[in-house]
Design a protein around this ligand. Structure first.
Ligand SMILES: Cc1cc2nc3c(=O)[nH]c(=O)nc-3n(C[C@H](O)[C@H](O)[C@H](O)COP(=O)(O)OP(=O)(O)OC[C@H]3O[C@@H](n4cnc5c(N)ncnc54)[C@H](O)[C@@H]3O)c2cc1C
Length: 551
């Protein structure tokens, strides 16, 4: 039995569990974890790969593509390098996190070293799978303590501590309780901008933070090679060859994330024109391409905001320089939304709940027609603007925001298909897949947040945003010779025109698989129902940066 006196001589251990915050710079949860540990405690950073990401979801998709998994491996490798130069080792497991942690603890125990308290810190996440991991880690460590005769906390406190992180605005600064975060973006943004300042970045994790070192028995654990695709259930041959039409050649890692921020904002001087270019469709530079890095946490939104501010001070402040921060506020909106509603963001009826089905004006009788969903996924719906975007997603793992809004609206509101088939397909394919941005965007597109539904007219959108049909031709080469005036609606071509364009409908390119519901109003729609097309005019005038930032 361990006495109280001998217990006080034992070294405690703090694990830091990385998930979607794979960076050493401006990682507020990581730094807070260090601060909540004692200097002499062991401090062990951990990353555990899920080895089931190639398994099927109930929505005919896998949880990750080999390409995103590869991006993740690169991001973890970079974190490992960062940790190593900070004087510590990142320990990397594969499979069940609780089992991995228990294994490490048993190794220490078997070496004869008695440990003091065990604590686990991580960035706060809000949905089922991550919370389940936290619970199983909590259980595993309690069981470990019980076995070794070490007391578990009796004051109701947890072994696992989740710490808010990776947002633009700090939760504790928000002018509302997390459970009443606004469900409308404009309200959210206005409240945040009016009441909060974007905090300063925290110090970079470094040598001064790891004085406690790691137990002797675990030395060498961090030297193990990182798992490869094969260890994570993928065949390396599954990695697709880079497509030369891809918008951006994404390589994971903190250095690559910082390099892209530097390149986009300063080297190429693109920040000052973001507002005008952001709805583009082709190439690396119409938008920032920060999203895959933000999704795994290789860069923080605050770091980006501070770089924007620096740019404003050194070069120019205009609507564009503000608008990147606006978009990062949209990203925050999704996080706050998920914190408030948790797993409802994955449910068919979203936050409206099952009871609203058939009653709420936004409620739809969803169907599942595998042929239609397959046509959507493959980019063979017969609607060129949808097809081009879906083909780009499948080939490259990226799609512009304009494209995402259109294809989501099309699947949910024109095809009437259960939107979750779309959400899960995006989860599989997107290199920048982020639980909150993805599923909150999907329930919004499907109208399942209860507010106004933005039904997109995919023909008109194609004409507005791809007026010469260049984007459509890039991804649907069979439409190459279709006259520009008909490229977004090839079914309007006469038989002769089809022959002349070398594009026979039903042979070279599909006939539309559904009739688009352009001007149809949803039953009971009224003010809150479909808006056939939302007016694009943005009435807001730039008044010199609405956000404030702590210097
Ligand atoms: C149905 C649907 C699903 C989506 N799924 C994801 C997803 O899984 N992961 C993801 O990061 N984004 C998602 N988005 C949001 C948006 O499309 C992407 O963030 C953006 O296209 C990424 O390209 P970028 O980095 O060049 O963006 P930029 O236009 O340069 O924007 C800068 C950053 O702001 C944030 N941002 C911009 N728009 C949004 C938005 N509408 N919602 C949330 N954050 C935003 C992103 O972090 C982005 O990197 C989704 C949008 C829709 C409509």
């Amino acid at each position: 039995m361990v006495t109280t006196a001998s217990r006080s001589a034992m070294r405690s251990i703090s694990f830091y569990l990385f998930r979607f915050d794979l960076r050493i710079r401006d990682n507020s949860a990581l730094i807070a974890a260090v601060q909540r540990s004692k200097k002499e405690d062991y401090f062990i950073p951990i990353y555990c790969f899920d080895d089931k990401t190639n398994s099927q979801t109930p929505f005919s998709a896998t949880k990750s593509s080999p390409e995103r998994t590869q991006f993740l491996i690169e991001s973890v490798a970079s974190l490992k390098g960062g940790m190593s130069s900070s004087g510590t080792q990142l320990m990397v497991g594969v499979g069940d996190t609780a089992e991995y942690l228990s294994g490490l603890l048993s190794k220490v125990q078997d070496s004869g070293e008695e440990l003091g308290d065990i604590k686990v810190f991580c960035q706060e996440e809000f949905c089922g799978e991550e919370l389940k991991v936290n619970r199983s880690v909590e259980r595993a460590i309690k069981a470990f303590n019980q076995k070794r005769g070490h007391p578990n906390p009796t004051d109701g406190s947890s072994i696992v501590t989740s710490i808010w992180g990776s947002s633009l605005y700090e939760l504790e600064d928000a002018p509302f309780d997390a459970n009443s975060a606004p469900t409308v973006m404009t309200q959210f943004r206005t409240k945040m901008e009016k009441n909060c300042a974007i905090p300063n970045c925290v110090e970079t994790f470094g040598r001064g933070h790891v004085c406690g070192g790691i137990p002797e028995a675990l030395k060498g654990e961090g030297d193990k090679e990182l798992p490869g695709l094969k260890d994570l259930g993928f065949d390396e041959t599954e990695l697709s060859q880079p497509d030369e039409r891809a918008a951006f050649n994404f390589k994971g890692g903190e250095e690559n994330a910082l390099a892209r921020v530097q390149e986009y904002i300063f080297d190429l001087d693109l920040l000052k024109t973001y507002f005008e270019t952001r709805n583009g469709l082709i190439g690396a530079n119409f938008s920032t391409k920060f999203s895959p890095f933000l999704a795994v946490g290789s860069v923080s939104p605050r770091y980006i905001a501070h770089q924007c501010k620096k740019y404003e001070a050194e070069r120019v402040a205009n609507k564009s320089t503000y608008w990147v921060i606006f978009e990062l506020t949209v990203r925050d909106f999704c996080r706050y939304f998920a914190k408030r509603f948790g797993d409802k963001i994955f449910q068919l009826d979203g936050i409206l709940g099952r009871e609203a089905r058939g009653r709420h004006p936004n409620s739809i009788r969803w169907s599942y027609n595998p042929t239609l969903v397959e046509a959507w996924k493959e980019g063979t719906t017969g609607y060129p603007f949808v097809d081009a975007n879906m083909r780009e997603l499948k080939a490259t793992g990226y799609m512009s925001n304009r494209g995402r809004q259109n294809v989501a609206s099309f699947l949910a509101l024109d095809m009437n298909q259960d939107w979750r088939y779309g959400g899960y397909w995006f989860e599989e394919k997107l290199l920048d897949y982020d639980i909150y941005s993805n599923y909150v965007s999907w329930i919004m597109a499907a109208g399942m947040t209860g507010g106004r539904v933005n039904k997109f007219n995919v023909v008109k959108q194609g004409k507005d945003y791809d007026p010469k049909g260049e984007y459509v031709k890039l991804w649907c080469p069979e439409l190459e010779n279709v006259p520009v005036g008909k490229i977004m609606e090839p079914w309007r071509m006469s038989k002769d025109e089809q022959k002349e364009a070398g594009c026979i409908l039903g042979v070279n390119y599909p006939n539309p698989v559904v009739q688009m519901k352009v001007f149809q109003k949803r039953d009971g729609g009224g003010k809150d129902g479909y808006k056939a097309e939302r007016k694009k005019k943005n009435k807001e005038k730039y008044k010199g940066g609405k956000y404030s930032i702590r210097e």
